[in-house]
Design a protein around this ligand. Structure first.
Ligand code: ARG
Length: 247
């Protein structure tokens, strides 16, 4: 009997082959999220994710192209093929995983709290913020925003488009707390918070960060996971980690 297969719309893609053919790896990220991706004085994008992306391109024997993209539209941009992969400190959530694939997580982080110093005596954890008298903020479309709405829903909530804005408003006393990924908050307080902010640095969520790619591309996913294993075994990952987290 003659068996026919319909290809349909969900046919497998081969991003790895496209990258080879093009001669470049296009990485989508939104700078401003230190230490993972930030813009330096010269206007270059640097950070943990950038260093890993550079090693990745080298292993693929192609050039690296960083595609700066607003956080809010980063998944749609991946899905419409503006770049090959998101390497942008993205938390692997079950909801996002319905639309994209994730490689094995590369780090575990959590949400922490930057607090107006005056509140240090009365607020010791996220639980103390569950009160409409407090105004708290996070960044639009992030897991910080989701955690705030889910776990501290009693407080007044404000959403900012950039994490820098959130920290500035907190420093200026416009809001009481800024909820965001711990590694960012740890750097933000040392840069902007001296004498004005307190960091409650006991993370109250558990969030794996992972690279995201389009679905239906098992070859690319396999390459990425094996690359990750390799850099974890051979010390490259540790070197990059130490550079950005222990300096
Ligand atoms: N981990 C958080 C999330 O996935 C925030 C990541 C923000 N990353 C960035 N490059 N701005 O929602």
């Amino acid at each position: 009997a003659l068996v026919t297969f319909s290809v349909g719309t969900a046919c497998a893609s081969d991003t790895l082959a496209e990258i080879q053919k093009r001669g470049s790896l296009r990485v989508g990220m939104e700078p401003g999220y230190m230490p993972f991706e930030l813009t330096n004085q010269k206007g270059e994008i640097i950070g943990f994710d950038v260093d890993v992306a550079r090693r990745m391109a080298k292993a693929m024997k192609v050039e690296l192209e960083l595609v700066s993209t607003a956080w809010d539209g980063i998944i749609p941009a991946l899905l419409t093929n503006k770049f090959d992969i998101i390497m942008s400190g993205m938390t692997l959530t079950q909801e996002r995983n319905l639309t994209v694939n994730f490689a094995e997580p590369y780090i575990l982080i959590g949400q922490s709290i930057l607090l107006r110093k005056e509140l240090a005596g009365e607020v010791h954890s996220y639980k103390d913020l569950k009160d409409p008298k407090y105004t708290i903020a996070s960044k639009l479309g992030t897991t910080g925003e989701q955690a705030t709405k889910r776990m501290i829903g009693e407080a007044k909530y404000i959403s900012y488009e950039t994490e820098q804005e959130g920290v500035m408003e907190l420093v200026n006393g416009k809001i009481d707390a800024f909820i965001y990924d711990l590694p960012f908050n740890a750097i933000a307080i040392s840069q902007k918070g001296a004498g004005k902010l307190v960091h409650l640095d006991e993370p109250f969520t558990k969030e794996p960060l992972a690279w995201a790619i389009r679905k239906g591309d098992p070859d690319f996913l396999n390459w990425l996971n094996n690359f990750m294993q390799q850099i974890k075994y051979d010390g490259v990952y540790d070197k990059i980690y130490t550079k950005w987290f222990k300096d």
